[in-house]
Design a protein around this ligand. Structure first.
Ligand code: OAD
Length: 250
C-alpha cells in the first residue's frame, strides 16, 4: 500500500468527524469541465460578463446562452468513482458530510446523503422578482425559462455578488471547526468564503488530505497529505485502503 494513501486512510479511520470539501475537479471525469484549468469554462466565458448577479440582472438572455450549454453537459454527466467512493465512506460511517461548491447534483446521484451545497443547485430555478421557485424540469427546453409573472428565471446557484445560502454557510463553518479529518478534492480553493473552511479546520487541529491533479494555494501551507492525481483514482485508493486497514484490525 502506498505510504501517503495509508496515512490518509488512517486519518479517516482515527477521526471522529470527517468531512469532504469538493470542487469542479471531482466532476471533470464525469465529463464536466472545471472553471480555471486550460479550456475550462472561464477560458471561454468571462465570469465578469456571465457569472455576476449584475450581469444576470442586466442581460439574462446572454447569461442563459452559457447556462444552456452547461445544462446540456450536466444532464449527460454521471457520477464517477470519486463521487461513489465518498458515498461509500459515508455508508461505512466514516464521512459525516460532503460540502461542495458544485451545482451538478452528482454527489447525490452517487449516493451521498448529507450534501451541503455551498453554491446552490442548478436543478431549481428562482424568479428574482416574485421569488417563485420551480424544478428545472418544469421549464426544461425553454431558453430562457420564464416565470409565470413573465420574468426570466435564474438557476438557484450562487452568482458572484450573491450571498452563500445561510444554512449551508452556518453548518459548513460549524462542521469545519469540529472535524478531525478533512478531504479536499478537486478545488483550486481560490473562491471565498468557501476557501476559508480548510483554514478553519486546520486551526481546529484537523488532518488535511488534499487530492488534486496539481498543487494549489493550500498545498504548501494547509495540506498535511497531498495525493496528486485524478480524483477517481486517488479516492478509490483511499477507500480500498480504509477497508483493508479496517479488516486487518478485526
Ligand atoms: P476550479 O476550476 O477553480 O479548480 C478545479 C481544480 O480541480 C483545479 O485545481 C484542478 O487542478 C483540479 N482538477 C481538475 N481535474 C481534476 C481531476 N480529474 N482530479 C482531481 N483534480 C482535478 O474549480 P473550483 O475550485 O470548484 O463558483 O471553483 C470554485 C468556484 O469558482 C466554483 O464553484 C464557481 C467558480 O467560479 C461560482 O461560480 C460562484
Amino acid at each position: 500500500m502506498d505510504e501517503s494513501i495509508e496515512r490518509a486512510a488512517r486519518a479517516i479511520i482515527d477521526s471522529r468527524v470527517t468531512l469532504a470539501l469538493t470542487g469542479a475537479g471531482i466532476s471533470v471525469e464525469s465529463g464536466i469541465p472545471d472553471f480555471r484549468s486550460k479550456g475550462g469554462l472561464w477560458d471561454r466565458f468571462d465570469p465578469e460578463e456571465y457569472a455576476t448577479i449584475w450581469a444576470f440582472r442586466q442581460d439574462p438572455e446572454k447569461v442563459w446562452r452559457m447556462l444552456k450549454e452547461m445544462e446540456g453537459t450536466v444532464d449527460r454527466a454521471r457520477p464517477n468513482a470519486a463521487h461513489t467512493g465518498l458515498a461509500e465512506l459515508e455508508r461505512m460511517g466514516l464521512l459525516q458530510a460532503v460540502i461542495t461548491q458544485n451545482v451538478d447534483n452528482l454527489h447525490q446521484e452517487g449516493g451521498s446523503q448529507d450534501v451541503i451545497e455551498y453554491h446552490g443547485n442548478s436543478r431549481s430555478l428562482v424568479c428574482l422578482w416574485c421569488h417563485k421557485q420551480y424544478d428545472y424540469k418544469e421549464r426544461k427546453g425553454q431558453y430562457p425559462p420564464r416565470c409565470e409573472c413573465g420574468k426570466i428565471l435564474k438557476p438557484n446557484v450562487v452568482f458572484f455578488g450573491e450571498g452563500i445560502p445561510v444554512e449551508a454557510m452556518t453548518r459548513s463553518s460549524q462542521l469545519a471547526s469540529e472535524c478531525d479529518a478533512l478531504l479536499i478534492i478537486g478545488t483550486s480553493a481560490v473562491v471565498s468564503p468557501f476557501n476559508i473552511l480548510p483554514r478553519v479546520a486546520k486551526q481546529g487541529g484537523a488532518k488535511i488530505v488534499e487530492i488534486n491533479l496539481e498543487r494549489t494555494i493550500l498545498t504548501d501551507h494547509i495540506t498535511d497529505i497531498f495525493l496528486q492525481g485524478k480524483a477517481s483514482e486517488r479516492v478509490s485508493e483511499v477507500v480500498s485502503a480504509v477497508k483493508q486497514l479496517k479488516e486487518a484490525s478485526t
